[in-house]
Design a binder for this molecule. Structure first.
Ligand SMILES: Cc1ncc(C[n+]2csc(CCOP(=O)(O)OP(=O)(O)O)c2C)c(N)n1
Ligand SMILES: [Mg+2]
Length: 582
């Protein structure tokens, strides 16, 4: 059999570490699909390309492996774009094989012709077309290498006639991904240490750049007697086993993180690129260390900005730091954090009319989820509750669209996470708005036989926007969702549980099984769950924004079956507790 460019391309992807390719086949992609089928790469047939990009993004973000998606020319590839923005912003190494019409038709407004380079420029670190069969290997290698080393999305545009052409004997170009260790020079480390050694009111603000540096960051906090706030993206890496933690700041953070940052004399930013300038102190000395030079000083002016990987930098900085003895500043902020935490734990367990509050539900999930569970939340209140109420421990991971801020990522991200971690518990915290956006992917979950647990926060609203509008002094508009309609979801494997009328005791009711919950489980204990969560009721769910007075009636749970057919989602939290929710 003649070896074609399509075969070579797939061979190169596999050699670069690709294990999964998410997409939808058709015309210009068919030849490549054949090659994938002959390879060890697993093809996941999605219902919508956008979901494929979300899934690839999540897989790549978790594993660090290059992960692929592939689309047909024109609209097929175009559909990936939102998920690719998500991937690129999260520095997830994803490659899109964006197939194109044949070369001789390009430039004539041909059917399905789109200038794909133009389209994907804004969401990629590499975007090039394989112009001739002779350059196929070199360009594929360049694309893979860019995604893995620049960390982001590579788009490889492949005209159908190029994919179909015989492969050429090219020199053996291969992907190289070794990375240097980067840290500030000695003089800069001395200057940073001199500032830190002089102050007794230092706060550390740790971001996602602290991944892999937990122990060094905690050691630095101990040396400096510094409270440590963290960004939402830094949560997984520094929140746990950390006696200096004071939580997040910003609109979804708590008062301890907020005050620790605003009240300090010296703020040490470690791998944190928190976007909101108003939450930075104006009169403090700010030292920023970040692996990416473009992050330095872009959110707020800083006194010293230094480029470095956090672990390597702290390894070199720690010996220069004197042990601080005055723990007064730390104690004040830790005390506030402990109070914040106690208040959050004591929040109402259910809403009015026996509706279940989103915070309570999340806390219950937190208690019963596996120690190494992966959580993927939809943008909106589900993300907020996840970030505030799911405890991490160094093994759990939380995923939300925190840089791109897009709806609909929850379920497809969970799909990608489960696909690459088959033995692990994956829990999707879906908004009823976000879930509906890519609802068809529920069928992909079934088709792929993925035991993803999906909890739909069915508040009958675009809840987060509802809060936003109230916070801006507006009467909420266009935020109601009427979750009616059934569609093709009543599949055999998906059965719904709708707890209702269970008041405060969600966990107890859930444990007792179907007696307390309308719905049923299948023999294996797979179950489905949609929960009605309480509406605002004059509270803002703890978000740091004024003026969220709502005073609206909460949604009633009555006649739930007819009103909320979205209850079909799978949930089986614990293998050792079959036929129970939690
Ligand atoms: C694709 C997209 N469209 C619109 C928005 C604006 N937006 C942010 S959160 C949100 C509401 C989400 O509603 P839902 O999924 O029901 O979650 P809830 O906040 O109710 O928990 C909207 C409309 C967005 N971020 N992304
Ligand atoms: Mg909602």
């Amino acid at each position: 059999m003649t070896k074609r460019v399509a075969d070579l391309l797939v061979e190169m992807l596999q050699a670069a570490g690709v294990r999964t390719c998410y997409g939808i086949v058709g015309d210009t992609l068919n030849r490549i699909a054949q090659a994938i089928d002959r390879s060890e790469i697993d093809w996941v047939h999605m219902r919508h390309e956008e979901a494929g990009a979300f899934a690839a993004a999540a897989e790549a973000q978790l594993t660090g492996h290059l992960t692929a998606c592939a689309g047909t020319c024109g609209p097929g590839s175009l559909h990936f774009i939102n998920g690719l923005y998500e991937a690129n912003r999260n520095r997830a190494p994803v490659i899109l094989i964006a197939t194109q019409i044949i070369r001789q038709d390009i430039g004539f407004e041909s059917i399905q012709e789109i200038d794909l380079n133009d389209v994907f420029k804004g969401c990629s670190v590499f975007c090039e077309m394989i112009v001739t069969p002779e350059q196929a290997r070199r360009k594929t290698v360049a694309a893979c290498q860019a995604a893995l080393t620049k960390r982001g999305v590579a788009v490889l545009v492949v005209p159908a006639d190029v994919a179909n052409a015989p492969a050429h004997d090219e020199p053996p170009y291969t992907v190289h991904t070794r990375r240097p260790l980067v840290r500030p020079n000695e003089a800069d480390l001395d200057a940073i240490a001199a500032i830190l050694n002089k102050s007794d009111a230092i706060t550390i603000y740790a971001g996602a750049g602290c991944a892999g540096a937990h122990d060094e960051v905690v050691a630095a906090a101990g040396r400096l007697k510094a409270p440590m706030a963290h960004t939402s993206r830094g949560k997984d890496f520094v929140e746990y086993d950390n006696p200096y933690n004071v939580g997040m700041t910003g609109i979804i953070g708590g008062s301890a993180g907020y005050h620790a940052i605003l009240d300090c004399d010296v703020l040490l930013l470690l791998g944190a690129d928190f976007a909101w300038g108003q939450f930075y102190p104006n009169n403090a000395t700010i030292i920023q260390i970040d692996a990416d030079p473009t992050h330095i000083g872009r959110r707020h002016p800083v006194t010293i900005g230094a480029v470095g990987d956090i672990k390597a930098t702290l390894d070199a900085l720690l010996p220069r730091l004197q042990q601080h003895d005055d723990g007064a500043f730390l104690a004040v902020h830790r005390e506030r954090f402990e109070k914040d935490t106690a208040t959050a734990r004591a929040e109402t367990v259910s809403g009015p009319d026996a509706a279940i509050s989103g915070t309570y539900l999340t806390k219950i999930i937190n208690q019963h989820a596996a120690e190494d569970a992966l959580f993927a939340a939809d943008d909106g209140t589900a993300s907020v509750w996840m970030l505030r109420h799911i405890d991490t421990n160094g093994r759990r991971r939380t995923f939300a669209s925190l840089l791109h801020g897009t709806m609909a990522g929850g379920m497809p991200s969970a799909l990608g996470l489960q696909k690459c971690q088959p033995g692990r518990q994956v829990i999707c915290l879906a908004g009823d708005g976000g879930f509906a956006m890519l609802l068809g992917e529920l069928l992909t979950v079934v088709q792929e036989d993925l035991p993803v647990k999906i909890v739909v926060y069915d508040n009958g609203k675009l809840g987060f926007v509802d809060i936003e509008q109230k916070a801006a002094g507006l009467v909420p508009l266009y935020t109601d969702l009427k979750n009616t309609g059934g569609g093709p979801l009543g599949t055999q494997r998906l059965k719904g549980w709708r707890p209702r009328g269970i008041g405060a005791d969600l966990a107890g009711a859930a444990r007792s099984g179907t007696a307390a919950c309308e719905g049923e489980t299948d023999a294996a204990g797979d179950a489905a769950l949609t929960l009605c969560v309480a509406r605002g009721r004059g509270r803002n769910g703890g978000l740091q924004r004024p003026g969220n007075a709502a005073g609206q009636r909460p949604r009633r749970l009555g006649n739930a079956r007819r009103e909320h057919p979205l209850r079909q989602a799978s949930i089986e939290f614990r293998a050792d507790l079959p036929r129970t929710l939690f």
